[in-house]
Design a binder for this molecule. Sequence first.
Ligand code: 5GP
Ligand code: MN
Length: 335
Amino acid sequence: MKPLQEIYSVLNNPKKVSIVMHQKPDADALGSSLALSLFLKDLGHTVSVISPTNWADWLQWMPGCKEILNYESQQENADKILDEIDWLFCLDFNTLSRTKRMENKLAKISCTKFLIDHHQQPDVAAFNYGNSDVNKSSTSEMVYDFITASGYSNKITKEIAECIYAGVVADTGSFRFSSTSASVHHLVAELKNKGLEHMDVHNNLYDNFLENRMRFIGHVLLNRMEIFYEYNTVLLTVPKSDLIKYRIKTGDTEGLVNYPQSIQGIKFVAIVIDRDEERKWSFRSKKDFDCNSFARKYFEGGGHFNAAGGRSSDALEKTVAVFTTALQENKHLLL
Ligand code: 5GP
Ligand code: MN
């Protein structure tokens, strides 16, 4: 994978471009993709943004979100576009398998492939050019860097600023995580100069849910939370019946894993959600417990040092048993 800066000089030659992100995209995946899309369109490219799956309704406010193609429901149309493109940008994921059913198609097409991502252990062989930097707060920050480093900071509009800011806020836990470098704060200052209304973005991200989600969170924290004080760990186990009872949709469980981190002394939080096709795990840690290694070793996953995810095809009880055994094995790292 060659450095992305090698394409700066040809950025203003109009191309057919697609941008894809990981399945069930979050605010950073969508924010970075939409910001890049708006920027490339302004440079004269023909751009389509394709998501492997659907996304949360409460992210629908993001500029350009309504034009994103959902590969699950619009595969034929998306495949036709992918067959024609010159450039493919892959944002906020490190291996093509994170695009679920798009994986084979993306591997097969012969266009030039670019990676912009901040996850650990990227599959660099799958991309021609790219920037992969685990020290970056978010892929949205990396898109900002791409736009400015290529000499086009004058092209950052208020809409692009909103998309980038949403991704940065989401992936830094509102400027809380250690990845929040001085350059992140500089970036925010620059976005404010471009007309960013930061309160609107916060309202859209965090005060934009329906009643059922709030009641669901209360229920899970009261009835589905187990605290392992001997391991400084909290586990949230969400059975399918809860998802049905509270009419939980894509994105409604996001953020739930953060609540137990406010309990004194807790170092590691895990949540497992009994989805139709798999049991989906999310992990969060503080300081020196490595969620990425844990997710890779026990749950076919990965991500960042302090935030990762994984999956299991075992039944809920079985995968929880695997987790508790894994806790015992990692006891020395959790004290
Ligand atoms: P979340 O827990 O919010 O779904 O994800 C936390 C981080 O881990 C995100 O950066 C996400 O991209 C990554 N991640 C989540 N699930 C998986 C997975 O199954 N495999 C890999 N490699 N990364 C994941
Ligand atoms: Mn991200």
